[in-house]
Design a protein around this ligand. Structure first.
Ligand code: TNX
Length: 531
């Protein structure tokens, strides 16, 4: 009896050994063919990086070391060598943008991508394979992976106004996004509670508008107690972060919050706001937080601010917000009323539309395209090349695509990570209680409501982390972000047909949460009942 149990155990163990190890890749790749053999990584393995990817060499080398414990010998080139790992850019490869092919044989590894970012995506997959639970350290299973994203826009927004996160924290955030093949970091740099980007032509935006707490020129404390609280990034800091992100295949889209959510602006330069007969409040209860649309000098100021932003950020879009504008403010302001009369407008949404038409001209003058929140569509036609961020719900994304705008789905009800994750947790609740499973259930293309042409205008998905509630130790930001961003990455990258919560949950808990630990992320763990 004992002997037969022993035999069974030996049989089961060997059967297990014969089975290919689970790679647990998130987001799930399009196609994987795996064998039971492995490539044994030599103790000082050669990593050869294509010249077109030279800027990312250090990143590749240091992350390879972090994930495998093996110190690689790095060189630039494009020739195969036995037992080496080769990263190649090949524009002719038959794959969509950002796609890659990863081939591991017993003799070495080759990652090929259509673009440098494609190769970097392949690199992320390689790192995940090396850190999968069932993969023996120092080996890489023989595998062929062909992979490409479902959506070109895979974004995440971080609000650094309500809470300030220093440069290093932002860099870490970008690292974690890159590890999930997310390619856009939407940097919400200005809001009522702090202006965070140095503008040389308007120094008080940061000297005064980046600080709150007690004192004459400071903003209201906003929960930071009786202490001076704040901070900002210099233009050099910002350029450094932009380059850092680019080395990791991440582009940064900056957001300038106008014309609402601008208490920090009027704290620094009161003349930018309206002269009102009666004080009115925004949704968040802020006073004096709207740019005066009737003050001609404001458009000159916006020209300088936008120019300086385009000097810091090479990305094709500048996001100019447009959400939750307290338009009642304009009804109390003589200059705004005069403008309304002159233009023959009957409601204040038309004023908002007037404002954004002018802003768009400025953005265009600096060879960039405009992006904005869904409210930017109110009050009149807008240039259809404006990219719309549909935050108030899927219906707003449908409306945007129907009007011919490139559209990013970022519905509060699914991808706002400032929402609480269960009934008993901290966070906003206005849109939904949003756990990881709910995030995973989101489908960005409303097929029944859009024609196939209109569906192509859905460029992708984004998450947002607003920071009103992130006033606890910084790591609450990580708790709110992960593993919800892991789920978001799969919506953004993987094929719709491959979506399967149980399978995702298996990969997540088997290997991926440990990868998050290795990256130093203080994520939210699942309570035992979470499945
Ligand atoms: C709405 S979403 C806002 C933010 C808040 C957020 C809180 C959007 C464009 N505006 O200002 O932080 O709700 O969930």
């Amino acid at each position: 009896m004992k002997k037969s149990i022993l035999l069974l155990a030996v049989f089961l163990i060997s059967l297990n050994a014969l089975q290919a190890q689970k790679l647990d890749i998130i987001p799930k790749p399009v196609k994987i063919e795996q064998k039971e053999e492995v490539f044994v990584i030599p103790s000082s393995v050669q990593i050869i990086v294509d010249k077109k990817l030279q800027k990312s060499t250090d990143y590749i080398g240091s992350n390879f070391l972090k994930n495998t414990g093996i110190v690689p010998i790095l060189s630039i080139g494009n020739k195969h060598k036995k037992n080496a790992i080769l990263f190649l850019v090949d524009e002719k490869i038959d794959l969509p943008n950002d796609g890659y092919e990863l081939i591991v044989t017993k003799k070495g590894v080759r990652v090929k991508g259509k673009s440098p970012n494609g190769v970097l995506n392949g690199f992320q997959t390689l790192l995940q394979i090396c850190s999968a639970k069932e993969v023996q350290k120092g080996t890489i299973p023989v595998v062929k992976i062909e992979d490409y994203p479902r959506f070109e826009w895979r974004g995440m927004m971080l609000d650094v106004s309500r809470q300030f996160f220093d440069k290093q924290t932002v860099k870490n955030y970008i690292d974690w996004l890159a590890a999930h093949k997310m390619n856009i970091f939407h940097w919400h740099l200005t809001d009522d509670n702090g202006w965070r980007a140095e503008i040389k032509s308007m120094p008080d935006l940061t000297l005064k508008g980046a600080w709150r707490g007690p004192g004459e020129v400071l903003l209201p404390s906003y929960g930071s107690g009786n202490k001076r609280y704040g901070g900002y990034y210099t233009q050099d800091d910002i350029k450094e972060v932009v380059a850092y992100a680019s080395d990791r295949g991440v582009s940064i889209m900056p957001e300038i919050e106008i014309p609402g959510h601008s208490r920090a602006v009027t704290a620094a330069y009161p003349e930018i706001g309206c002269v009102t007969t009666q004080e009115t409040k925004s949704v968040q209860g802020e006073v004096k937080n709207v740019w005066c649309v009737g003050r001609e000098e404001n458009y000159q100021i916006l020209d300088s601010i936008i120019r300086e932003f385009t000097e810091m950020f090479p990305f094709e879009y500048i996001h100019v917000a447009g959400d939750e504008v307290n338009r009642a403010n304009w009804e109390q302001c003589a200059k705004c009323k005069a403008l309304m009369e002159k233009e023959g407008y009957t409601d204040t949404f038309q004023l908002q539309n007037y404002f954004f038409k002018r802003v768009e001209k400025i953005v265009e003058k600096y060879n960039r395209k405009t992006a904005g929140w869904n409210e930017i569509l109110k009050g009149g036609e807008m240039n259809p090349n404006i990219e719309i961020f549909a935050w108030q719900g899927i219906g707003y994304g449908i409306e945007s695509a129907k009007k011919g705008h490139p559209t990013v789905m970022i519905p509060g009800q699914y991808t706002y990570f400032d929402m609480a994750q269960s009934e008993n947790e901290r966070g906003h609740r206005w849109a939904a209680i949003t756990d990881t499973k709910r995030v995973y259930s989101f489908e960005p293309i409303p097929e029944n409501d859009l024609t196939s042409e209109q569906q192509k205008l859905i460029k992708g998905v984004q998450g947002a982390l607003w920071s009103e509630y992130l006033d606890r130790p910084t790591r609450f930001m990580e708790y709110q972000s992960y593993p919800r961003i892991s789920a978001l990455s799969e919506i953004a990258w993987s094929k719709k047909e491959d979506k399967n919560w149980d399978d995702f949950y298996g990969r997540l808990t088997n290997s991926h949460l440990q990868r998050l630990v290795n990256m130093g992320i203080a994520f939210r763990d699942f309570p035992p009942s979470a499945t």
